[in-house]
Structures are given as structure tokens and as C-alpha cells.
Design a protein around this ligand. Structure first.
Ligand code: MN
Length: 331
């Protein structure tokens, strides 16, 4: 399933200089950041003015990404973000299928009547974009950004962009372990290495820079907060606000914890519940044909991919867990 206005998108970027905002989702991950930053570089290479806007901050282990210092974080600079969005004549949305995934930015983005372009790999892209390059068989949005640049302006691909794209691919595939891992993904990765990307260095920056607190939180999550339901081939981990506080939780510390449930033999569904100030945040993962996007969308008003989805639940931790147990019974 690919819906593509690739050529039309390139045409839209080929004319006179435009003022572009590149926006991605809340709690930005490696793919959100990598695809947005690579896209921004392409736009600048094409002579446009381009600014990356993020709803909220990113984990420290992405702070080395080339160009990230200039991204504007809406939570920290709400007025500046409004000014930049109001001044833009083109919005490029990457790595999310609906503007609501950018939280508070949704209303700001919708308030202006400008051309809107989507580049994404999540299912069911929202029908509000003028041009869409959506391909759910891609490992990552970064892979799509690579293909876009490679098709139209390979001369503009530089090492910084290649590093951003590699980061998107390596993180969205869980270090080449899950998701849409195809020959296409490895071919692109090979091209990125030929471009000069030091994959060992990036893997270390992304995966081997835990704080002590983060590693201890991981240990605690598994030893004290994991419940295993062999009958339902499922496991879940729940972390309360107090747990997060106890381990001095900072952005990104819980990244990847949900995947540990799947490492159990016979367990094919794993869910992480995090108690945030206003809601319970859920991350859902599955293996094979089990579709956690159905659980996320039907029971928690969330979504994402078949094997990786997210959602917010407004209620208590206990209620959220009970809804999951009911959903698993009905699956
Ligand atoms: Mn992605």
C-alpha cells in the first residue's frame, strides 16, 4: 500500500524559495528527528528556508544529531513557534499519520491555510494533506526521505544527512531487529555506509550512553513491575509516577523497555504503561501477525503500526491495565 505524490512533491519544492516548517511527532524518536533533519537539509540545499519544529524535547542520546541544535521545541518556545508557523507557506509533516500526534501544534498548523505535505510510513494517513508520500512497507520515514533524495537530488546528500537517515533506520528497526526489515532497508544502509556513516559510532551514541539511573530503572521495571500472562502470550510492565521519580527519570529513559517483554519465550505481545501527569501512556509491541494497532485504536484511541503502536489512556493505572486485560481476552 503506497500512496505517493513523490513527483508532485518534488515539483512543489523545485520552484522559487519557500518558507517551510518541518514538523514531527511528540516524544520524538530517532526516526522523527532523523527524517525531519534530513528533510530540512534537503530543503536548504534546494534554496528554501526551513525550520524543524518539535512539540516537545528529545532524549539526550540524540543531542549529537547534526542540525538538532536549531530545531525549535514548542513546549519551550511557544510564541516563537507560533511566529514561525504563521510565517511559513509550506508545512512538511514527517513520521506521523495525523496532526493530532503533534499535540498542541495541531491547532497552530491547521490555523494557517498553506500547502501541507506528508511523508510517512504509518497506516491510515489522515486525509488533510495536499500531497502525500506514504508507504507502510518502509522500515522508517527516514528510509522514504532517503529514497526521495536519491531519486531527485542525490547530489545534495551529504554525510550529515546520511547520519540522520541512518539514525532513523537503526532506531525504528530496533537495531535491525524488527519492523519492515527488507533488502531495501539493508541496501539503503549500505549506501549510507558508502557515504561515510560510521555505524558503530552512531550505535554507541544511541544505545551505549545510558545514565546509571536509566539502567537501574530498566532493571527495576523487569524485576518488580513486569507481569507475565502465558495464557495470553502477553506481558506488561507498569511504571508509576513514583517509580519514575525514584529513578530520576528523564526524557527517553523508558525507551525500549517495552521490547523486553517480547524477549520472553512464548510471549508475543508486550505492553508498557507509564503514569504521566495527565494520562497513562501506553506502548504496545507484538510479533508476527498479532496486530496491536487494533488494541491501541479500538480500546485506547491510539494507533501506529501492526507490531508497534502507542496510545494515551485517561484514567488510573489500574483501569488502564483492566482495559488491556479485557482487550487481550477479546483478541
Ligand atoms: Mn517512524
Amino acid at each position: 500500500m503506497e500512496s505517493t505524490n513523490k513527483k508532485e512533491i518534488f515539483d512543489a519544492l523545485s520552484g522559487s524559495p519557500r518558507n517551510v516548517v518541518v514538523v514531527s511527532h511528540t516524544s520524538p524518536d530517532g526516526d522523527a528527528l532523523g527524517s525531519a533533519l534530513a528533510m530540512q537539509s534537503l530543503l536548504i540545499g534546494l534554496g528554501h528556508c526551513a525550520t524543524v519544529i518539535l512539540p516537545d524535547s528529545f532524549p539526550d542520546y540524540y543531542a549529537w544529531l547534526p542540525g538538532i541544535d536549531e530545531a525549535i521545541i514548542a513546549e519551550e518556545y511557544p510564541e516563537k513557534v507560533k511566529t514561525v508557523i504563521d510565517a511559513a507557506d509550506l508545512q512538511i509533516i514527517v513520521d506521523m499519520n495525523a496532526l493530532k500526534r503533534a499535540q498542541q501544534l495541531e491547532s497552530l498548523l491547521k490555523a494557517v491555510d498553506v500547502q501541507r505535505i506528508l511523508i510517512d510510513h504509518h497506516i491510515f494517513p489522515e486525509d488533510i494533506f495536499d500531497l502525500t508520500f506514504s508507504d507502510i512497507t518502509a522500515s522508517s520515514t527516514s528510509e522514504l526521505v532517503y529514497e526521495f533524495i536519491d531519486e531527485f537530488r542525490p547530489d545534495l546528500m551529504n554525510l550529515s544527512m546520511a547520519e540522520c537517515i541512518y539514525t532513523g533506520i537503526v532506531t525504528d528497526t530496533g537495531n535491525f531487529f524488527h519492523g519492515n526489515l527488507t533488502a531495501r532497508t539493508f541496501n539503503i544502509t549500505a549506501k549510507l555506509i558508502e557515504k561515510g556513516v560510521d555505524v558503530i559510532r552512531i550505535n554507541q551514541l544511541v544505545y551505549n550512553t545510558f545514565s546509571e539511573n536509566r539502567l537501574r530503572l530498566l532493571g527495576y521495571s523487569i524485576s518488580e513491575r513486569m507481569r507475565v500472562l502465558p495464557d495470553k502470550k502477553s506481558a506488561y510492565i507498569f511504571l508509576t509516577a513514583d517509580d519514575l521519580k525514584r529513578f530520576g527519570h528523564t526524557e527517553g529513559d523508558t525507551e525500549g523497555i517495552v521490547n523486553y517483554g517480547l524477549s520472553l519465550k512464548g510471549i508475543h505481545i508486550s505492553v508498557l504503561f507509564l503514569e504521566k501527569p495527565e494520562f497513562i501512556k501506553l506502548s504496545l509491541r507484538s510479533e508476527g501477525d498479532i496486530n496491536v494497532n487494533l488494541i491501541a485504536s479500538k480500546y485506547f484511541n491510539g494507533g501506529g503500526h501492526k507490531n508497534a503502536s502507542g496510545a494515551h489512556f485517561y484514567g488510573s493505572m489500574e483501569e488502564a491495565i483492566n482495559v488491556l486485560l479485557k482487550a487481550l481476552d477479546e483478541l
